[in-house]
Write a protein that binds this ligand. Structure first.
Ligand SMILES: Nc1ncnc2c1ncn2[C@@H]1O[C@H](COP(=O)(O)OP(=O)(O)OP(=O)(O)O)[C@@H](O)[C@H]1O
Length: 259
């Protein structure tokens, strides 16, 4: 199999438990080069647990995960070298300035960036005038942008994003979508979680809907809408006569708010 055909991420029969609680049950999916793949699901469905297992942050109870052909469990260093993880803003030292933080994280990946290279990175996210600002002084949207730059600083084949655009204004969200699409344009892959059906429709090539720890549907957003547009449960939640991905999502996962 050539590299182009081999999935960048393979998740096979993943199970995650917390004590007696089974949070992820035999979840399987693959993400191909040049693909943006979305994990969707109600609160508590198991999305972050799945992502954490891919990142190697928690040890699954069962199943196999490989990144760029490397097993996350057995070859964690190789697997991790091929993935970039968007950290929460709380992971960054608020007292360091933006340029220091970018340099620090580049250093972790063995990269030494010149001042010009740091400036170039900041220019990509319209923060060229903020190099000397403390991270804690940036707005939430600006912090998200810095965080995405850091997660892709070593040019990883797989980028993992947990709700990357939550809390962003429409302009910042669009800019982030552009950057996510730029990762795809390079032939790399993105796995993201989102509660925004609009985001899933706009940027994801394929999505998996997870409910109670299990994958209940997996396909392109368009194919999911086409396959379920005549389901009575989907029609009953639709508004203004148009079936959206959100209607399909609620039709499949139910109206009940999760505890
Ligand atoms: N450390 C933990 N200990 C015990 N239970 C946990 C732990 N982390 C998550 N859970 C439980 O596992 C289930 C899945 O949680 P997870 O965070 O993966 O869901 P999620 O789909 O990301 O939800 P959300 O959309 O609310 O972020 C939930 O019932 C949650 O309460």
């Amino acid at each position: 199999m050539s590299d182009q055909q081999r999935p960048i991420l393979e998740v096979d029969q993943l199970s995650v438990t917390y004590g007696p609680f089974h949070a992820v049950k035999n979840v399987s999916f693959t993400v191909q080069p040049g693909e943006i793949f979305g994990l969707l699901g109600p609160n508590g469905a198991g999305k972050t647990s799945t992502l954490s297992a891919v990142e190697g942050l928690l040890k699954p109870q069962g199943g196999r995960i490989s990144v760029a052909g490397y097993s996350v469990l057995e070859q964690p260093r190789h697997a991790k070298a091929n993935m970039g993880v968007q950290l929460q803003s709380t992971s960054f030292q608020a007292e360091l300035n933006v340029s220091e933080i970018i340099r620090l994280f580049a250093g972790i990946y063995g990269l030494e960036l010149t001042a010009e290279q740091v400036q170039e990175k900041l220019k990509e996210i319209n923060l060229q005038d903020s190099a000397g600002k403390r991270f804690g002084q940036l707005s939430g949207g600006q912090q998200q942008r810095v965080s995405l730059v850091i997660s892709t600083i070593h040019d990883p084949k797989l980028v993992l994003l947990d709700e990357p655009t939550t809390g962003l204004d429409p302009q910042s969200r669009r800019q982030l979508w552009d950057r996510i699409e730029a990762i795809r344009a390079k032939g790399h892959a993105v796995l993201l979680t989102t509660h925004s059906m609009e985001e899933a429709e706009a940027v994801c090539d394929r999505i998996a809907i997870i409910d109670h720890g299990q994958v209940i549907a997996i396909d392109t957003p368009e194919a999911l809408i086409a396959a379920h547009r005549h389901d009575p449960d989907v029609i009953s939640v639709s508004r203004k006569g148009k079936i959206t991905l959100e209607d399909v999502f609620i039709g499949l996962t139910g109206r009940a708010v999760r505890s």
